[in-house]
Design a protein around this ligand. Structure first.
Ligand code: HEC
Length: 110
C-alpha cells in the first residue's frame, strides 16, 4: 500500500522549503504560501499559457537558477523590466519574499 499522490509530494516539498525559510527568519509571519499560489495562476499551468484576461505565453520559472529568478523579480520591481503583469506583482514582494520564491522555484525541477 505505497500509493503516494502527486499532491502529497508537492505538499511535502513545499513544507520542506517553508521550514528552511522559517528557520532563516522566524520572527516574520510567512506570506509565502499566498505568494506561491499567486504565481501558479500564471506560471504553473500546462503549456504555460494564460487563459485570462487573454491567452499569452508565460515563461517557465520552475527549475531556473535562484539567482536568475531574484534578478528577474528585482528588475520587474524596479521597472527595468516592464511587463505589466509581472511589474504589478513584483511591486508587492519584499526582498524576503523574492528570496523565498527564488529558492522555491529555483530548487524544484532540477
Ligand atoms: C498575471 C500572470 C502572472 C502572474 C500571476 C505571475 N507571473 Fe511571472 N510572468 C508572467 C509573464 C507574462 C512573464 C513574461 C514577462 C516578460 O515577457 O517580461 C513573467 C515572467 C516572470 C519571470 C521571468 C522569467 C524569465 O524567463 O525571464 C519570473 C522570474 C517570474 N515571472 C516570476 C513570478 C513569480 C515568482 C510570481 C508570483 C509571485 C509570478 N511570476 C506571477 C506572468 C505572471
Amino acid at each position: 500500500m505505497m500509493r503516494i499522490s502527486l499532491g502529497t509530494i508537492v505538499a511535502a516539498l513545499a513544507a520542506g522549503t517553508f521550514a528552511v525559510g522559517a528557520h532563516a527568519q522566524s520572527a516574520a509571519p510567512s506570506a509565502n504560501k499566498g505568494n506561491i499560489s499567486m504565481c501558479i495562476g500564471c506560471h504553473g499551468i500546462a503549456e504555460y499559457h494564460t487563459a485570462f484576461p487573454e491567452v499569452y505565453h508565460v515563461p517557465r520559472i520552475a527549475g531556473q537558477s535562484p539567482q536568475y529568478i531574484v534578478k528577474a523579480l528585482q528588475s520587474y520591481r524596479s521597472g527595468e523590466r516592464s511587463h505589466p503583469s509581472m511589474r504589478g506583482i513584483a511591486r508587492t514582494l519584499s526582498d524576503q519574499d523574492i528570496a523565498s520564491l527564488a529558492s522555491y522555484y529555483g530548487g524544484s525541477g532540477k
